[in-house]
Design a protein around this ligand. Structure first.
Ligand code: ASP
Length: 294
């Protein structure tokens, strides 16, 4: 039995459709997740992931990504990488070709070039336009593009996959729009943005990275499932704990999602409705999760 999950409506759909196509073509689960995330990273119309995503306060796109193999807890990640895309493919290379979990910034870029990646300009006419808009009217642009409720086009793509008892988790993002250069969020941090353990299940996070990281959202949800909670219960428990200990998690949308061994899934979020793509067979379906009651 195979189950795939992918976060947010627009980028999540690009990712899950590509992942399904790769699955049907016979690829292994890690490649399925990697290629799903890569497709979203390479789509310039998606403003929060990869090519054409919203840049940092210097006007430069900095990408974070991570992938984790539930079989043996191997993981690879990159953070604050400029000028190379897809970051998820570099993360997988870190896992495969080094003894490390994460490479950062300029050195991650150097490693990627050594591995045959081509440097490229990740700014497009559209994200330059949005950056200039932010520079001239920061408050308005913050409202429109950073986790805005009314124009929420989706953010980090976090994917979880289960195939015959094996889990893979992956994430790719440009992080928060107009972040301080060098800022890294939860997404590439193992335990915060993603976690996968074949003994139990997989979990991922998206939203306000600082709070999700401090709360170790993904690891906490997986450990909840280890104690016997369903994925939905584990996510709700995780989010309630984060809200209780970290009230700032209510300042911006926070989400945790989880996938269990039987293919059941769940999610819990703070401020807004969270859309999650789910695929088992046929067409992927979009599930919407209401914010947890405070
Ligand atoms: N969690 C990401 C970060 O803080 C952003 C997001 O998911 O939208 O970098």
């Amino acid at each position: 039995m195979t189950t795939l999950l992918s976060t947010w409506e627009a980028p999540g759909e690009v990712a899950i459709r590509e992942a399904i196509a790769r699955y049907k073509a016979g690829h292994d689960l890690m490649t399925v997740i990697e290629e799903g995330l890569s497709a979203a990273e390479l789509d310039p119309s998606l403003v929060a992931i990869g090519l054409g995503s919203l840049p940092n306060s210097d006007g430069e796109v900095e990408l974070d990504a991570a992938i984790m193999d539930g079989r043996d807890l191997r993981a690879g990640a990159v953070c604050a990488v400029r000028g190379i895309c897809p970051a998820i493919k570099i993360a997988r290379k870190v896992m495969q070709k080094t003894k490390h979990v994460m490479l950062a910034g300029e050195q991650a870029r150097r490693f990627a070039i050594e591995q045959g990646f081509q440097p490229q300009n990740l700014m497009t006419a559209e994200n330059i336009r949005r950056y200039n808009e932010w520079r001239s009217r920061p408050e308005e642009a913050e409202k429109r593009y950073v986790h805005a409720v009314e124009e929420h086009h989706g953010d980090t793509v976090t994917m979880l996959g289960l195939q015959d008892g094996h889990f893979v988790a992956g994430s790719a993002t440009s992080g928060l729009a107009w972040k301080k250069p060098g800022r890294v969020g939860d997404s590439p941090i193992i335990g915060a943005g993603i976690y996968a353990d074949d003994e139990v299940g997989a979990a991922g996070a998206t939203g306000y990275g600082e709070e999700l990281w401090k709360g170790m959202a993904s690891f906490r949800a997986v450990e909840g499932m280890r104690r016997g909670l369903t994925p939905q219960e584990a996510c709700e428990e995780t989010m309630r704990q984060i809200v209780r200990r970290q009230p700032a998690s209510l300042d911006m949308m926070c989400v945790v999602l989880a996938l269990g061994k039987d293919g059941s899934f769940g999610a819990a979020c703070t401020n807004d409705v969270f859309p999650l793509w789910v695929w088992r067979d046929g067409e992927p379906t979009l599930h919407r999760f209401e914010p947890i009651a405070r």
